[in-house]
Design a binder for this molecule. Structure first.
Ligand code: GSH
Length: 230
């Protein structure tokens, strides 16, 4: 039998994984009682295939032995299981708006993490980096527009209310920010991202983020060593 806590939720994560960050943030924000089992993704324990045959983190084990995988589904399950935390709207149209925002984000923003990380290797192709950064900048300006359109006052996707849209998207913004630094650039001084910066600042200031997500410099080191594998 694999390690788990029979009396509470068990989440299998690696804290340097942006997908796993979604699971941890949702559990912390929901106020769930859970136990965390850390998985070294480069050296997975033999028993992990019993938890998730796809061998990926995160996974969430319920006390009845059922196991959920895929970060978005795990976070949505947590949001639905703790309705008092209000992580997802109840109104179907508002849920649709969250999904549409994530549809945009997952296709136009998150993929740039791996694409930029691939450009970290030496010799560095500065013109390919410029090209990627310029494409991403357009998409970040669109993100800024969408955040403003949904809530001009912010700071979160849904105004003063932090939720699922922020949980699913932000871990990848953090990786982009870090990848910019690795490439000798800064994501912090791009014109037209005022609402994005406000969003990022507010999320980083949350207790769940401070306790659930590793220090920036540690994520950066992990991203540097991960860059060999992408
Ligand atoms: N679609 C999955 C992706 C999860 C994923 O790629 N996790 C990585 C770590 S960031 C992993 O477990 N990699 C190990 C492997 O694929 O063997 C999700 O959203 O949960």
């Amino acid at each position: 039998m694999y390690p788990h806590n029979a009396n509470k939720l068990t989440v299998y994560v690696n804290r340097f994984c942006p997908f796993a960050n979604r699971a941890i943030l949702s559990l912390l924000e929901a106020g769930a009682d859970f136990e965390e089992v850390l998985i070294d993704v480069d050296n997975k324990p033999e028993w992990y295939k019993e938890v998730n045959p796809a061998l990926q983190v995160p996974a969430l084990r319920l006390t009845n032995g059922k196991i959920l995988v895929e970060s978005t589904q795990v976070a949505e399950f947590v949001a639905d299981s703790y309705p008092e935390a209000n992580l997802l709207p109840k109104d179907p149209f508002e849920r649709y708006q969250v999904r549409m925002f994530l549809e945009f984000y997952n296709s136009k923003v998150s993929p740039y993490f791996i694409q930029l990380l691939r450009l970290y290797k030496q010799p560095r192709d500065e013109s390919a980096i410029d090209q990627k950064v310029s494409e991403l900048t357009q998409n970040l300006r669109e993100l800024n527009r969408r955040l403003k359109e949904h809530s001009s006052e912010g700071p979160y996707f849904d105004g003063s209310h932090f939720g699922f849209a922020d949980i699913i998207s932000f871990p990848f913004y953090e990786r982009l920010d870090i990848t910019f630094e690795m490439l000798g650039r800064s994501i912090d001084n791009i014109e037209g991202l005022d609402r994005v910066y406000e969003w990022a600042r507010a999320i980083r200031g949350r207790e769940s983020y401070k306790t659930g997500i590793p220090e920036r410099q540690d994520i950066l080191k992990a991203a540097q060593s991960f860059s060999d594998k992408v």
